[in-house]
Design a binder for this molecule. Structure first.
Ligand code: NAD
Length: 411
């Protein structure tokens, strides 16, 4: 296959770095339905990073997709209200590609899905609209993304990338494509379904392990024991796996388990551990709210109209990503209880419904309680005196991430 041109559909956290990487080796078309995103990229990307060797085109025009022969789909795969997979975006991107599909083309999916979505859900759409036959006239692949937003250690080229293809020849072709852009190398899975399953397993494993530690944290809290201290002691065992308690939000760990759980239900298999882990982790925000109220009551602080400062809003540290952040649940519950909540997060723009403030340590306002919810590096240098200065009476500091050695309570 010569003169390959890659079209990437969905230029978000996953699609854009991928396009950047492939543009060093291939002509690329970046397509997104969000026209503002395309406008921004047309100015910023082209000016700063334009590849000197290859064509880079950003477009929201569907017919531009006809120029490509390899399509990579990196659109969101969120959840519906009832936590079932919302495949509407992957469906519409697939329908679009199908219109322009020609003989010999390859469609690679990177969106996180349950095993079977590529071949049992997307391929029939591709076949029906394109009127081409799968694995005879067009081919598919699946290569899950592992990037971790905000963490330079885990960028696209630094982690082994799983690849797969619908035939051995196509699997080799796709694997060679990705080998060019991933310094850490690739792992060619034996089938598309294996590659799809591997991705969800990675995140389910984390979710389940964190759920166990969260359960332990609640038990030990009832005994006035600090879980971090217990974990530190237990970690001296050579084969102890270090997980920390905490809020599990974001677009991966808190979403992907539901995808496999949905599929297992269809098979009539109970995904007990997966489901209960989701429940435990989802419930942690309630636990934090109840704990805060208990501590305030104990300190004889009237919770109605009390002032709480929350440090951090993102779903994880050192990034601006607020998707499915559980801090939002905590804030909403406080507001329902008529507590005044102010939030400081240097990464987050003040465009949410809540009361975001500038750095409170430069202000005179005083709080009944401070909750350190996200361990941004920015917060780690605060000293006990900084907190005392912005506290109404005695310092009440709830430290969800175990950042300070002077906190009132740690998870
Ligand atoms: N963000 C991560 O760190 C990460 C890591 C691994 C896997 N994933 C998975 O990758 C997929 C994409 O996630 P993301 O974080 O890049 O999402 P994102 O929301 O950052 O970006 C998705 C982009 O797709 C566009 N889009 C939506 N529907 C489209 C369509 N029909 N055609 C073209 N463009 C469309 C949106 O406008 C948006 O710009 C998801 O399945 C996610 O679970 C994400």
């Amino acid at each position: 296959m010569s003169n390959n041109k890659i079209a990437i559909l969905g230029l978000g956290y996953v699609g854009l770095p991928l396009l950047q990487a492939f543009s060093r080796f291939y002509d690329v078309i970046g397509f997104d339905i969000n026209t503002n995103r395309i406008k921004d990229l047309q100015t910023s990307f082209t000016k700063n990073t334009k590849s000197e060797l290859n064509d880079v085109v950003f477009t929201a025009k569907k017919n531009k997709l006809s120029d490509a022969n390899i399509y990579i789909i990196t659109v969101p795969t969120p959840l519906n209200e009832d936590n079932s997979p919302d495949l509407s975006k992957i469906k519409s991107a697939t329908e679009l590609v199908a219109k322009y599909l020609n003989e010999g083309n390859i469609v690679i999916y990177e969106s996180t899905v349950y095993p079977g979505v590529t071949e049992d859900f997307c391929v029939p759409i591709l076949e029906k609209i394109s009127k081409l036959n799968y694995n005879q006239e067009f081919y598919c692949g699946y290569s899950p993304e592992r990037i971790s937003p905000g963490d330079d250690r885990f960028t696209l080229n630094k982690m082994i990338k799983i690849t797969s293809g619908s035939s051995p020849k196509v699997a080799d072709f796709i694997d060679n494509m990705y080998k060019k852009i991933v310094d850490a190398g690739t792992y060619k899975a034996s089938s598309i379904k294996v590659a799809e399953a591997a991705k969800v397993v990675e995140n389910i494993q984390r979710d389940v392990n964190i759920a166990l530690i969260n359960e332990l944290a609640i038990i030990f809290d009832g005994m006035d024991l600090n879980t971090n201290e217990i974990l530190e002691a237990a970690e001296t065992k050579s084969n102890f796996i270090p997980f920390k308690p905490g809020l599990v939000g974001g677009h991966c760990i808190s979403v992907d388990p539901y995808y496999l759980s949905y599929k297992s239900k269809k098979l009539g298999v109970n995904a007990d551990i997966i489901n209960v882990s989701r429940k435990i982790n989802d419930n942690m925000s309630n636990f934090i709210v109840e704990k805060t109220i208990k501590i305030l009551n104990k300190k004889k602080i009237n919770i109605i109209n009390s002032n709480i400062l929350i440090l951090g809003y993102t779903f994880k540290e050192n990034c601006a990503d607020t998707r499915n952040t559980k801090v939002k649940d905590i804030i909403s519950q406080f507001i329902k209880k008529k507590i005044n909540v102010e939030i400081f997060d240097p990464y987050v723009e003040n465009n949410h419904d809540f009361n975001f403030i500038e750095n409170p340590f430069f202000n005179k306002k005083k709080y009944d309680c401070i909750i350190a919810a996200v361990s941004h590096d920015h917060f780690k240098n605060y000293k006990v005196d900084d907190f005392i200065k912005i506290s109404k009476g005695k310092l009440v500091l709830l430290d969800i991430k175990g950042m300070y050695n002077f906190s009132t309570w740690k998870l």
